[in-house]
Design a binder for this molecule. Structure first.
Ligand code: ATP
Length: 287
């Protein structure tokens, strides 16, 4: 095989809880993860340059080792013990950058999976996840995808029953959010509302879309939305237009809602577009 093309999907946090700060300063997380059909396309072709070269369509993204996809390729060759004869990685980004949608992590996951196939290295999903964890806490989930419970720093994954059919509406306000700042500001003794993760798991087991949507909650949202009122405003529009639930993803600033009615989702998206440029309507089908 000389060339491979694959899609790397974005993730949403249906719920996000932070249980405690560990001594190593990482946080113990409890999250329900869901992938969505917003994706970057990664194509990798073999060359004879002896180098890992990366190109993207986003001019402000680094293309050297600061890009997680490039680091993933480097880590792959080291772990597989294969000499680098040369590859060109092209990433067509559609996932908004630094948006709480794991764009960098999913590109890294995509590169690991693609290189495993391209070089026929036969690494198992577990081995790829172990390698992915060295690149970032969300990378193992991005390798696995689907609906899953994420614990530990996000790398301990348990698949959950797939979310029932629905339509997601996602809005990405163009405000800058630093994940580091959000976690630094998080005072766990003052968290007022935590997601009912157990209830959400039960709702998934019953195939109860409304039960899942009503329980969507992110403990990081009060911190990010205190600085960016637009987050609450977008959620209110979503709920006014008939969303079953709305929440922020990751450390933000992306906000998403679940609709059971596609027409309401479209009407909502049209209203959101008056406020922000990046709005997605994303149908979700239970596989
Ligand atoms: P998460 O939800 O995991 O916190 P995010 O969606 O908030 O992630 P990313 O889109 O992954 O954020 O981008 C975070 C930072 O990572 C950006 O500032 C960007 O410069 C850097 N980065 C490195 N590689 C990539 C990549 N392939 N795609 C996007 N961002 C990347």
């Amino acid at each position: 095989m000389e060339r491979i093309v694959l899609d790397a999907r974005a993730k949403l946090n249906l719920s996000l809880d932070v249980l405690r700060r560990r001594e190593d300063n990482y946080h113990e997380m409890l999250m329900v993860m869901q992938d969505v059909d917003i994706y970057d396309t990664i194509s990798i072709e073999k060359t004879d340059t002896g180098r890992i070269r990366l190109m993207t369509n986003v001019d402000f993204l680094p293309t050297d080792e600061r890009n997680l996809a490039s680091r993933a390729a480097d880590a792959f060759y080291k772990a597989a013990g294969i000499p680098v004869e040369g590859i060109n990685i092209k990433i067509h980004k559609r996932i908004p950058v630094a948006a709480g949608l794991a764009g960098g992590s999913t590109d890294a996951a995509g590169v690991l999976k693609a290189l495993n196939t391209l070089h026929d290295t036969g690494m198992t999903t577990e081995e790829l996840c172990r390698l992915g964890k060295t690149l970032g806490a969300d990378v193992p989930y991005c390798i696995l995808g689907g609906t899953a419970l994420a614990e530990g720093i996000g790398e301990i994954l348990t698949p959950l029953p797939t979310l029932p059919d629905c339509t997601f509406v996602l809005a990405h306000p163009s405000v800058a959010v630093s994940t580091k700042y959000v976690f630094q500001r998080l005072d766990l003794s003052r968290v007022k509302y935590r997601p009912d993760t157990k209830g959400m798991k039960q709702a998934l087991e019953k195939g109860d879309l409304g039960g899942v949507a009503r329980r969507m909650l992110n403990v990081l949202e009060p911190i990010t939305s205190a600085n960016h009122k637009i987050i609450g405003e977008l959620e209110n529009i979503m709920l006014d237009f008939g969303a079953l639930g709305a929440a922020m993803s990751g450390s933000g600033p992306s906000v998403f809602a679940i609709f059971s009615d596609e027409k309401k989702a479209e009407e909502c998206a049209a209203e959101l577009k008056k406020r922000v440029n990046d709005v997605f309507i994303v149908p979700h089908k239970k596989k």
